[in-house]
Write a protein of this length. Structure first.
Length: 151
């Protein structure tokens, strides 16, 4: 019985550690909302607000890169976007598996989605504003920023 309890406590500690590790950077970014959240409904609202904000930034960045791309690039970018969305769905399901059935599961899921949106936004921004001569850039230097700004 002692070994069984020790196993459960060990798994709980690992889950708690992973949750803190995962959510700490996100919490720091959106702490103003979370600072005042005392009830589960308030915490849920903060998580919803955060995921909407990060997805809006992602969508704006995606649209700017899409507008800067030629038709062949647009097709590939659309395929990459669909693959990314599927990846995020599965990655966040895996990442939050330990909280299924718990009161914080929806918050953990939304914060995972927020973090993934932030990561993908950074990736797309590197493509949108890449340096001239960077062979990993699909858009020539300056043209993406100029097209996005209507120049």
């Amino acid at each position: 019985m002692h070994v069984f309890l020790e196993s459960i406590v060990s798994k709980f500690c690992i889950l708690l550690y992973c949750t803190v590790l995962c959510c700490a950077p996100v919490y720091a970014e959106s702490s103003s909302c979370y600072d005042n959240a005392l009830l589960q409904s308030e915490i849920n609202r903060c998580a919803e607000q955060h995921v909407v904000e990060t997805k809006n930034v992602l969508q704006t960045t995606y649209e700017a890169l899409f507008a800067s791309s030629d038709p062949a690039q647009r097709k590939i970018l659309e395929q990459a976007q669909k693959a990314w969305e599927l990846f995020v769905e599965h990655q966040c399901a895996f990442h939050t598996f330990g909280s299924i059935g718990g009161t914080m599961h929806s918050v953990a899921l939304m914060e995972c989605q927020s973090e993934m949106a932030r990561i993908y936004t950074e990736l797309l921004q590197r493509q949108l504003y890449c340096e001239e001569g960077n062979l990993s850039c699909s858009i020539p230097s300056g043209s993406a920023a100029n097209k996005a700004e209507g120049k």
